[in-house]
Design a binder for this molecule. Structure first.
Ligand SMILES: Cc1cc2nc3c(=O)[nH]c(=O)nc-3n(C[C@H](O)[C@H](O)[C@H](O)COP(=O)(O)O)c2cc1C
Length: 179
């Protein structure tokens, strides 16, 4: 079985979570992890499970404006934020807008990173991502999942392990569906 984890990440946390999810999935599948820019129709072809995640901005999926704001915030004097290598590429919103629904018949799952706190207050990008996956005709096999960061934009303790466990659970669900 083949799995593809597609991530958008401004400061690296979603990228790290994507890698952890992939580590969990590796127990049952061949896995690739790619930034949005590299999630081309060729990359999607033949994939059994597509996992898509991004940061929560203004309660939902990033916009070009929020992505710009994130880059500007990192450039401010004293900001201890590192821009992820692919942060200035394509955002998930634009990727979904150009994604051809016939590009993949994979099963799918959505995740996000967001601030620690009740989702009612923080919002969560994963809901919008899951919605877009469904709209493109993909079968979403797990509820949208969030992995939280603290106010200093670091993953909260234990979250990296939780991401790996979530990946492993997705792998088991994929395998159960395939038998
Ligand atoms: C412009 C901007 C808006 C944000 N809005 C929210 C928000 O509404 N809710 C939330 O939980 N986190 C919000 N955050 C925090 C991000 O979710 C957090 O920085 C992100 O998950 C870190 O992931 P990354 O390192 O992959 O970029 C925002 C961050 C930025 C830069």
């Amino acid at each position: 079985m083949r799995a593809l984890v597609v991530y958008e990440s401004m400061y690296g946390n979603t990228h790290l979570v994507a890698n952890q999810i992939a580590a969990g999935l590796r127990t049952v599948a061949d896995v690739r992890v790619v930034p949005v820019d590299d999630a081309t129709p060729e990359t999607l072809s033949g994939v059994d499970l597509l996992v898509v995640g991004g940061p929560t901005h203004i309660h939902t999926i990033t916009t070009s404006k929020s992505r710009r704001a994130a880059i500007e915030a990192a450039a401010k004097p004293g900001a201890e934020l590192t821009i992820d290598p692919d942060a200035e590429g394509l955002g998930l919103r634009d990727w979904f807008d150009t994604l051809d629904p016939s590009a993949t018949t994979a099963k799918a799952a959505a995740f996000d990173t967001r601030l620690d706190g009740p989702a009612m207050l923080t919002g969560r990008a994963s809901r919008g991502i899951a919605h877009r996956l469904s709209r493109h005709g993909l079968e979403v096999i797990a509820p949208p999942e969030s992995f939280v960061v603290n106010r200093d934009n670091h993953l909260v303790a234990g979250v990296a392990d939780a991401a790996e466990a979530w990946g492993a659970a997705l792998g088991r669900a994929l395998r159960a569906g395939a038998t």
